[in-house]
Design a protein. Structure first.
Length: 155
């Protein structure tokens, strides 16, 4: 399967919203999903295409000269475990390295919450080099403890 990653682009909400909506296990809080859609409109976003169809995306937020964050990422469920997430991450990291960014972070649901989908999410991030840094039990409220993971981009 040939995966083509393009970007980063701005203004990708219309393309990315259907992917978010196809992932209710991860994006099931309507208010948060609407915010992600709004954010994708304004953030640099990479698109993964297979046979000309957008099957995944990754948006980044640069916090400082040295640090950025994977703000939101989604891959259509039928395309999971086919290398699309890794291809998106590789493209985003190459772009950020080119800008001199040294550290990339991501926030996800902590293992303190027994969600199987997010366990797979953490496994993915660890497989691409992220390491757990700190847990924030109240950032998203007590029902959704947050885990911050970080990766050195080797700049």
């Amino acid at each position: 399967m040939d995966i083509i990653v393009t970007g980063p682009w701005l203004g990708q909400a219309a393309v990315c919203e259907p992917i978010l909506r196809a992932l209710p296990e991860w994006f099931g809080i309507e208010e948060a999903t609407r915010q992600y859609v709004q954010d994708v409109e304004e953030l640099p976003t990479f698109l993964a295409l297979v046979q000309g169809q957008v099957v995944g995306f990754l948006s980044v937020r640069q916090h400082s000269e040295y640090a950025a964050e994977v703000h939101v990422m989604g891959v259509r469920p039928q395309q999971h475990r086919k290398g699309i997430g890794r291809a998106l991450m590789d493209a985003a990291e190459a772009h950020l390295r080119g800008r001199g960014v040294e550290y990339l972070q991501v926030k996800t649901l902590s293992p303190a919450h027994p969600d199987e989908g997010y366990a797979k999410t953490r496994e993915f991030y660890q497989a691409v080099g992220f390491r757990p840094l700190e847990e924030f039990p109240e950032l998203w409220g007590p029902a959704n403890p947050c885990l911050q993971m970080i990766k050195s981009l080797g700049v």
